[in-house]
Write a protein that binds this ligand. Structure first.
Ligand code: GLU
Length: 300
């Protein structure tokens, strides 16, 4: 099987253990079966993204032995491709301008989803007349559920209207939205396997609908369980971003980090120092535990 896998961080901070685990899993999956692995910097979200943070993320990945097989793609360079995709969607009659303000959207948010970051857009501006490409633009989703199979979670079926509603693809401030950029670039880069954190599971059906609208093939998906603090709480509150630098300060060196990550991905019986390359022959999706993993008590 010739896979193309990718790791696609947003350069808004330090890569924490959860990000590093995702990166390693996607790399191992490709190296274990043969194929290409690439890194893409998802810096479409203007001011929150910084080039220097992206460069630091690439250095951390290199310290683990994970390097992109092709030049790193920065989404901030991809405006023309995203614009072309919007034009194609408009030509197919799938886009509409959205005039809802942030306040409108908060009022429209349905209670069950409040707080989880996903607020299905109920389609209030559907049917609005086209006003050009400099407005906020949404994709009109077709009705119905999407079935897909996750390498870790198994068969899934979601109605994207209930999870995200019609996704925003272009923002009024001129930024291309995450859903558009991720789908266009996975297509352009020939990505056949998407490995990412389980917090993105609920946007998968929406992105599949966008792939269909753009005539792009559907990659395989694997959504990993999150990495939690030793007590099961969210990582980050007390520890800050638990990345390679913070771990080094605690005396945890890269081979130990890799040993723990490899163990957490089912490659090792117990965490013991190793290199990424040593994990390749031991990697199989069948052995990756689907649930959450907790960092060792003396790391956090
Ligand atoms: N850029 C996204 C993030 O850092 C990941 C996108 C994806 O893997 O689809 O959370």
């Amino acid at each position: 099987m010739n896979l193309t896998g990718r790791f696609a961080p947003s350069p808004t901070g330090v890569l924490h253990l959860g990000n590093l685990r995702t990166a390693l899993a996607s790399w191992l999956s490709v190296r274990a079966s043969g194929g290409r692995w690439l890194v893409r910097m998802e810096d479409v979200d203007g001011p929150r993204c910084r080039r220097d943070l992206g460069e630091a993320q690439l250095r951390d990945l290199a310290a683990l032995g994970l390097e992109s097989d092709v030049p790193v793609l920065w989404q901030s360079d991809r405006g023309p491709a995203y614009r072309a995709a919007l034009a194609a969607l408009h030509a197919a009659g799938r886009l509409y301008p959205c005039a809802c303000s942030r306040r409108d959207l908060q009022q429209l948010a349905s209670a069950p989803h409040a707080g989880d970051g996903l607020r299905p857009y109920p389609g209030r501006c559907r049917g609005r007349a086209w006003e050009g490409f400099d407005r906020a633009l949404r994709l009109q989703l077709p009705a119905g559920a999407v079935a897909w199979t996750d390498r870790l979670l198994g068969p899934q079926a979601d109605d994207p209207a209930a999870l995200t509603g019609d996704p925003l693809l272009f923002r009024r401030d001129g930024c291309f939205a995450y859903h558009l950029a991720v789908v266009v670039d996975d297509g352009a880069q020939g990505v056949t396997e998407v490995v990412r954190g389980g917090d993105l599971r609920d946007v998968t059906a929406t992105q599949i609908r966008l792939q269909e609208a753009l005539g792009l093939p559907r990659p395989a998906y694997a959504h990993l369980g999150l990495v939690a603090a030793p007590d099961g709480g969210r990582l980050g509150k007390r520890t800050g971003a638990l990345g390679l630098a913070a771990l080094a300060e605690r005396g945890v060196a890269v081979p130990e980090v890799l040993g723990w990550l490899g163990w957490s991905l089912g490659c090792l019986d117990r965490p013991e120092p190793c290199t990424a390359a040593e994990l390749v022959a031991r990697f199989s999706w069948d052995r990756v535990p689907p649930g959450e993993v907790r960092v060792p008590g003396d790391w956090a």
